[in-house]
Design a protein around this ligand. Structure first.
Ligand SMILES: [Cu+2]
Length: 235
């Protein structure tokens, strides 16, 4: 697969797999964001170094007529072609990346409602803990044995759609599960929601980590919780 077609095609499972990802679509996007950042970065840095070296003022150089003067915009240096290029090229690039972002954003924002989700979890953030409560009289399967309390520990079934209703009892926090690619603000007085399909991660005995990713005071960095993804026979 050539680098050109990698840049053009949104769907690229092979490359996403090598990035340790979970979905071909989102992986294609991540790869594109990365490679375009490298290309733009290289162009800018090369251009900067070229200008630093070739336009450096040397001893004995005469003062040019378009020399920079404090407070005066050097109109003589204008170049319509360059101006148009660095306006239009980034515009096309940003429009393209925005277009690519629509599909994964739509996927993320298409949150299953309580009936569509296999499990709905009420997530309550407080300084500094995560509280979890199953909603809709969900009956905990017998296989769920890993959490001794519903503070800072959550167990969910594998291969299931989990909806999280998130809120906070005091100040801003943010519910963050990097392994599953989700993050949602926890705002006092506001009910936010997010969801995950647990088939994107493997069921295992060790937990996945949950972090707070909105600075919320002294013990923000210790505001950690665990989520276990457990194989359930009748899920
Ligand atoms: Cu925090």
């Amino acid at each position: 697969m050539s680098i050109i077609s990698d840049l053009i095609y949104f769907d690229n499972p092979a490359i996403w797999d090598s990035f340790g990802g979970t979905s071909s679509g989102i992986g294609g996007l991540t790869w594109q964001m990365f490679i375009w950042s490298v290309i733009v970065g290289l162009l800018v840095i090369t251009w900067l170094i070229y200008n630093l070296i070739f336009f450096r003022h040397k001893e004995g150089d005469p003062e040019p007529k378009d020399a920079l003067k404090a407070g005066v915009f050097p109109h003589e240096r204008g170049d319509v072609k360059i101006e148009l290029t660095w306006t239009i090229a980034p515009l096309i690039l940003v429009s393209w990346l925005t277009f690519l972002s629509l599909a994964p954003l739509d996927y993320m924002w298409d949150i299953p409602d309580n009936e569509e989700a296999d499990v709905t979890v009420e997530v309550t953030a407080g300084s500094w803990y995560w509280g979890f409560e199953y909603a809709n009289d969900y009956e905990k399967p017998d296989e769920f044995t890993k959490c001794s309390s519903n503070i800072n520990c959550l167990e969910v079934p594998a291969n299931s759609i989990i909806r999280f209703n998130v809120t906070s009892v005091d100040n801003l926090h943010a519910f963050y599960l990097p392994d599953m690619g989700i993050k949602q603000d926890a705002v006092p007085g506001l009910n936010t929601a997010t969801w995950v399909d647990t088939s994107i991660v493997s069921a295992r005995d060790e937990p996945y980590r949950i972090y707070c990713t909105e600075y919320c005071g002294n013990s923000h960095s210790q505001m950690l919780a665990e989520i276990y993804v457990t194989e359930v026979s009748n899920a």
